[in-house]
Design a protein around this ligand. Structure first.
Ligand code: COA
Length: 259
């Protein structure tokens, strides 16, 4: 399906969605949300795709936030409705395959919230992160105050959200906001290397692992441990579990089929 604001490519078992509005620093317009959700629906049904990478077009920005021009004229009711629709943030969060944010520059506001909804974040040395909504007289509305706080802790999240200041890639790494930092020229190769490695794992186990880890910040420990055992037990119903165990015992590489 042709898209106007994103591009979609596949490299082996990895799909790459690129937000493609470089003249607007890839700002998240409502069309980007609709098309991004549609692309993810397409990839959800594609058994050949095991991992999704999301990035921004050009060398300057991953995503410079929500499209501020769309804020004009919005009432509380209409703006609330926008974020209650199927946003990219929540679609990524509950997507059944791993999603990696490949952050190649400014990662601001809704851009940071999108990266936070992903399962892993990898950035270039020139990346900059912030939740600058406070400078517009508003607060994060796409999960920033919740997901950022869970990932980096209240003190760091509070400072980023109250000041709106940008942090650099090294600080983001120190905060645990990103998993890896690479020189810009190596970012894509390194990200694809990691994505391809994950793409070789058992797809059902990947889905259940993502669900289990995400549940950790949504539950107390007892509930989380119960959920983990249930998800662990589901793995024992899969062909891939039989293949993984047999391959280990037969000293060969497993070939997972997603069944
Ligand atoms: N929404 C809509 N348009 C945006 C945008 C956003 N979030 N961020 C950048 N743009 C547009 C600019 O308006 C400009 O468009 P124009 O050429 O038609 O005037 C274009 O992208 C380039 O941005 P510009 O500001 O000229 O680049 P810069 O290098 O001087 O500054 C930033 C880069 C990221 C510091 C600056 O663009 C910025 O502060 N953007 C807004 C960030 C923000 O507050 N995001 C959170 C929104 S809730």
């Amino acid at each position: 399906m042709p898209y106007e604001t994103i591009t979609l490519e596949k490299e082996g078992k990895v799909a790459v969605i690129t937000i493609n509005r470089p003249d607007k620093l890839n700002a998240l317009s409502s069309t980007v949300h609709v098309e991004g959700v549609a692309a993810l629906d397409e990839l959800r049904r594609d058994d050949g795709v095991r991992v999704v990478v999301i990035t921004g077009s050009g060398e300057k920005a991953f995503i410079a936030g929500a499209d501020i021009s769309e804020f004009e004229g919005k009432t509380p009711v209409t703006q609330r409705a926008v974020f209650q629709e199927r946003t990219l943030f929540n679609t990524i969060d509950t997507f059944p395959k791993p999603v990696i944010a490949m952050v190649n520059g400014f990662c601001l506001g809704g851009g940071n919230e999108l990266a936070l909804a992903c399962d892993l974040r990898i950035c270039s040395e020139n990346a900059k992160f912030s939740q600058p909504e406070i400078n517009l007289g508003i607060i994060p509305g796409g999960g920033g105050s919740q997901r950022l706080t869970r990932l980096v802790g209240e003190g760091r999240s509070m400072e980023m959200i109250l000041t709106g200041d940008m942090i650099d890639a090294d600080t983001a790494y120190r905060f645990g906001l990103v998993n890896h930092v690479y020189p810009a020229a190596e970012l894509r190769a390194k990200t694809m290397e990691l994505a391809s490695k994950i793409a070789e794992k058992a797809p059902i186990a990947l889905q259940l692992a993502k669900e289990a880890v995400k549940f950790a910040s949504r539950s107390n420990l007892d509930e989380g441990l119960r959920r983990e055992v249930d998800l662990f037990a589901i793995c024992f119903s899969t062909e891939d579990k039989r293949e993984g165990v047999s391959a280990f015992l037969e000293k060969r590489k497993p070939e997972f089929k997603g069944i």
